[in-house]
Every structure is written in C-alpha cells, then in structure tokens.
Design a protein. Structure first.
Length: 153
C-alpha cells in the first residue's frame, strides 16, 4: 500500500445529529447552498445532480468579492455511510482532487470525516498554505453542524 499522507488533508467533526440527517445535507442543492464553504463565503449553483456521475457546478464568493468557479462530480454514493467526489475548477481540471466523506454513527451523533487526496504534494501544500484548506475545511464542517442542528430545533 502506498503512503499518501504527504498529499492528504483530513478534517473531521462530531455533529450532534443523526447520520441520516447529516448525510441528507449533501443530497440537495437547497441544503448545500445554506452551509457549504468557509465562513463568509456564499455558494451559487449553476447545475446540480446528486447521483453517481452527476455534477454540481457552482461558484463560491469570498468576503472580498473574489469568485471561485467550482465543479464536483459524485463518484460514489453509499447512503448514509460515504460519498466520494472529484473536485476541481472545471471538468477535466488536471489539478482536481478526490475527497471521501465518511459518516459514522457516534452514539446519537455523527462523526463526519473529509479525507482529501491531491494528485501531487505541491497541490496539497498550496491548498493548505495559500487557500487555508484545513481552516476552510473545519469552517465548512462547522457550517454543516450549525445547519443540521438548527434544522432539528
């Protein structure tokens, strides 16, 4: 087995909601647009199909007004345990990375883990240093947490 740790970013969070509810927040654009992305970012969807081979095309806008085109293809959907996706700026992006989202029951809560694998170490380092991917990943999971727990109240 090849060690890929130099190309990975892993973030996780335990969310006080059932696994099915947490998983559901990934399945429809109306949910994702409410919580996806780091603090202060907005998400505008151009197209969305949640199915294996389906695509989510969207734009994220930062607080500074900078827009980031995004493209995701859903590669695996195993309800409610796992989602695997390929994420880049556009279809065919040579720098696209793979993320495996795992949803594990933790008592009455759900542990969500995002394990992102970049094609090259330099891309992982750039994501971490220039784009603050670890902090952004943690903020994204915090947004998911706030969204699904507020939906329960």
């Amino acid at each position: 087995m090849t060690d890929t740790s130099d190309r990975e970013i892993v973030v996780a969070r335990v969310i006080a909601a059932p696994r099915e509810r947490v998983f559901e927040a990934f399945t429809e654009e109306r949910h994702l647009s409410q919580w996806w992305g780091p603090e202060g970012f907005t998400t505008t969807t151009r197209s969305f199909v949640f199915a294996v081979g389906g695509v989510w095309e969207f734009t994220m806008r930062g607080l500074d007004g900078v827009e980031y085109p995004e493209w995701i293809v859903w590669e695996e959907i195993a309800r409610p345990e796992r989602i695997t996706l390929l994420h880049g700026e556009h279809e065919g992006d040579p720098n696209a990375f793979t993320t495996v989202l795992s949803f594990t029951t933790d008592g009455a809560a759900t542990r969500v883990e995002l394990r992102t694998l970049f094609p090259r170490k330099a891309l992982r380092d750039e994501a971490a240093e220039k784009y603050h991917a670890v902090e952004g990943g943690n903020q994204t999971l915090a947004g998911l947490d706030a969204y699904v727990t507020a939906a329960a109240s």
